[in-house]
Ligand binder design. Sequence first.
Ligand code: C5P
Length: 223
Amino acid sequence: FQPKLLAGRRVLITAGPTFEAIDPVRGITNLSSGKMGFAIARAAQEAGAQVTLVAGPVHLPTPRHVARIDVQSARQMFDAVLPAADGHDVFIATAAVADWRPAAENAHKIKKDGKKVAPTFELTENPDILASVAALPAGRRPWCVGFAAESQDLARHAREKLVRKNVPLVVGNLGPATFGQDHNTLLLVDARGERELPHGPKLTLARRLVQEIAERLAATPGP
Ligand code: C5P
């Protein structure tokens, strides 16, 4: 009998883009489909974990036996994740969180003023969800996994994120052009070095990644 790799573990995952409202009908978002995060949620559940999935606006069905919380903005994602983090063993941040949001949300639709003057927006920085979870005190902090999507120098940027966000594992999207695709190539970067998970379907990669996470978790001393 082979016990499941994540039996008894609680796994929290963020997925998809965030949507930062400008007015009631417009906003800032990005092209993240949520497919990688949803695939990881499914793979973790299959591996025996109790999974909570905090999802931005995506068009994907909830994987079986996964508890899903839908949010829109980065701040809503932060508010859903931070109180939940303490109760989870692993946090996997796949969401493409908007770095900035409009400083003020207009209560009414912005209208053209007839003078052909385009409106301007001030932006303000969103909270960094992953860094905030990684900064929780030991014992209340889940084992954290970050993602990196970069257009160049992926390994260097991933390693820099590992240090800056203080997380034990960063997973880079080697692509090509992963947003919305069903396939990807991943680069795992941690203190031991780098490891590539070869090009394949996101669900296959998610299952391999879950194995890699379970191995590292098993080797980590408890609180
Ligand atoms: O800083 P950067 O956006 O490049 O880092 C990407 C990683 O940090 C991803 O794991 C992403 O989910 C997470 N992140 C976050 N909150 C933010 C920005 C990024 O959790 N505000």
